[in-house]
Each structure stands twice: as C-alpha cells, then as structure tokens.
Design a protein around this ligand. Sequence first.
Ligand code: UDX
Length: 437
Amino acid sequence: MLISVVGCGYLGAVHAACMAELGHEVVGLDVLPAQVEALSAGQAPFFEPGLPEILSSAGASGRLRFTTDPTAVAGARVHFVCVGTPQRSGEMAADLTYVDAAVESLLPHLAPGDLVVGKSTVPVGTAERLARRVHEVQPEAELVWNPEFLREGKAVQDTLHPDRIVYGVADGPAGERAVTVLDEVYASAIAEGSPRLVGDLATAQLVKVAANSFLATKISFINAMAELCEASGADVTFLADAIGLDERIGRSFLNAGLGFGGGCLPKDIRAFMARAGELGVDQALSFLREVDAINMRRRVRMVDLAREELGGSIQGRRIAVLGSSFKPDSDDVRDSPALSVAAQMSLQGASVVVTDPQAIENSRRKWPDLVFAEDVDDALTGAELVLVLTEWQQYVSLDPTHVAGLVRDKRVLDGRNCLDAAAWRAAGFSYRALGRR
Ligand code: UDX
C-alpha cells in the first residue's frame, strides 16, 4: 500500500520508517529541506535507538523516500498527519498552525476513497473541523483519528509493536471502510495481538490527552509524596515500592525525582486544560494545574537542595551536572527538568559544568552560556557537588570510588533516585536525594 506521511519530525520520521519496515511503500513529506536531506541519506536527525538501522534498511529496499514536494503524496491511499502541536507562545493552548497547514497541503491531491489519518495530539474537536474541510474539497475522502502513544527512546519498538491501536471514525459505511483500510496498514501488529479499539472521533482524540494526563498525574502524585517524605523523614522509593505492589496502582511511573519534561506531557496537560476551559468544563481539569505546579516545584527544590548542600550559597561553586536530556536514551531537551536546573544554578552564579551522552548539542543551542563537557570525567574533575539529573545507564553504573578520585568534595545529589545510595556512602560521599532521608 502506498502511504504518505506529512511531517517528518520525531513522530513522522519514526512512523514513516516503521511503515516501510512493515512492507508498505512510503513517501515522507516535510517542509524543511535539511530534515528531508538527512532522512534521505538514512540519517536520523535526532537520537533514537534503532531508528538509523530501519531508516537505512527501508531506504535500501526502495520502499521509503522523503521529499519537500507536496505533489509527491498524490497516488497514496492513506495520508498520515504527523506534525507537531507545540504550546502556543505565552499561552497554554496548542498551536494548530502546522496541523492545519498539513491538511491544506494534502487537499489538492486527495482522490475518492483516500484516507487522511490524524496522528498528532490535538485538542478535542480539531478532527471534526478538519473532517469538514476534507469533505468540502473531496467529499469521497475520509478523515479519521489514530493517536500515537510512542515514547521517546522506545519509539521504534512502540510503533512496530504498539500496546494498543485506537481508531476514531465516523459512523456508517465510510467509517467502516476506513477501519478496513487501517486494519490493512496495521495488519502485522493486529496479527501479533495488539488490541485494536474503534471509537468515535472525539473519544479517539481524548484518549491521547487523557493517557498523558494520567501519566503526568501519577508522576506528580509520587512527587507530592516525596515532599511529604522529606518533611517527615520517610523514604519515597520504599513508599512507591510498597504502594506499587497493589496491582490496582502498579509500580511504573511512580519514580519520584525531578519530574516530567519533554515535548509531550507538559504541553499536553496545559493544552488539555485550555480546551476544557473553552468547552466550559475547566473545573473538571483544575487538578491538572496542581499536577503542573507540583512538577515545576521539583526543579526549585533541586536548586534549593544544592544550595543547602553547599552551606547556603552556590555563588561561584563548582557543580557537575550529569544529564541534560529530559530522560535517558533521548537527545531531546524540550522542557527538560535537568537542563532547567543546570541553567537556574548557572544564572544564580554557580560554576556549572554539564555533561550528557547525547544532548550536549541541543542543550548548547538552548543555553549557549552554559559550560559543557563531552567527557563525564572532565565534568566531575574538581566538582564540589555532583548532581545526577537524568538517569542515563552510564551515570547509574558510575563507580563512586572512581568519582571520589576526581571530585574536590564528595557530595552527590540524586535527582532521579537512580543511584545505589549505600555504595556512594561507602565511598565516602554525602548522598542526598529528592524524597528520601
Ligand atoms: C510520553 C508518553 O509516555 C507517551 O505515551 C506519549 O506518546 C508521549 O509522551 P515521552 O515524553 O517520550 O512519552 O516520555 P515518558 O517516558 O512518558 O517520560 C516523560 C517524563 O516523565 C520524563 O521527563 C521522565 O523522566 C518523567 N518520569 C517518567 C518521571 O519523572 N517518573 C516516572 O516514573 C516516569
């Protein structure tokens, strides 16, 4: 089946490559020539484990190509809309400029029977509006919603083997036809047993933001418990283990620490609140304001803890920051809690040296005045305080005895509750973490 993918950023590039990997013929369309050039050369424009391999194998098979030419989508039967919906500058709501432009660019090329498939995360009601627009221009084409649940760092695995596939379609024969076509697209995942749920357009759009809101709430819940633990001398990791054994609660997404960041969770909960306001039900989501506030407090607490550890002032003090990406196995620094803490400490006069296995380039673009070290030992050498802010495996498995030989003072703050506290203490470090004694 010939498939077009409009928007080859994070979601689109992974989706296009995975669809080709599954045997479809795919054309990826993007407005940025540099993005198209990199992808055409089989290079991933961002760090994502497994993506370069499938980009080059799919590219070599001749099933995958990328272009800036909008007419290239003509002839495709299924058109995936994979563009970003960032937070509107100075507001909470989502910016739909790219989604609107993507659909408009498809319209002149739609043939009867074509399917436009929205994958971007949008405020509920967007799909209905876009469906009307599609019908105005091509009454025999159909628009459906098929939200994406991939996680950065595991995007290829999540796309090839999704834990669920959700379609939002219109009632009646056109909707039924759309389901048949999508089943063909996702045949291998369905055959593997991925549950496939078919609902209406509104619910499919809501599924994505509801899922992300729940995940954000879970993280902020445990971080609120971390505040209680710190105030009462308790231990939040023990607490999470204990409550997580209740299968109704579950242990995943209960890792207390610096909180959530990235290109999805923070902006999605804000856009969801903004949409609830427009729909006249803002009270229903007022708890998300608190989820956001708890999350942002973690970053302030981390800087405060650094100040406390250094005896009241970070001015001129040499601090090593390990990790600047918003999570491990990603070079993404959008709304990264780690980078935000590093930048705050630097703005407050500390002498901060940041290292990260993949995100230095992106971090430097955001905060050009920060000092970066490619090598973790360089970042650690002479440090009066070590902060582990992103739980990359190489930081988790650092040998504290080796670190002790590099730093000036043996003090470590574990922003992700990821280190072996006993081992660091045994090596002579004063170890502190968010939410633990
Ligand atoms: C998220 C959703 O998980 C995914 O389903 C959706 O499609 C896009 O948004 P992603 O942004 O890649 O994916 O990252 P995720 O793994 O969800 O982590 C988000 C943030 O929460 C990270 O900053 C992470 O460090 C933090 N986090 C996660 C915690 O602080 N504690 C946890 O227990 C889990």
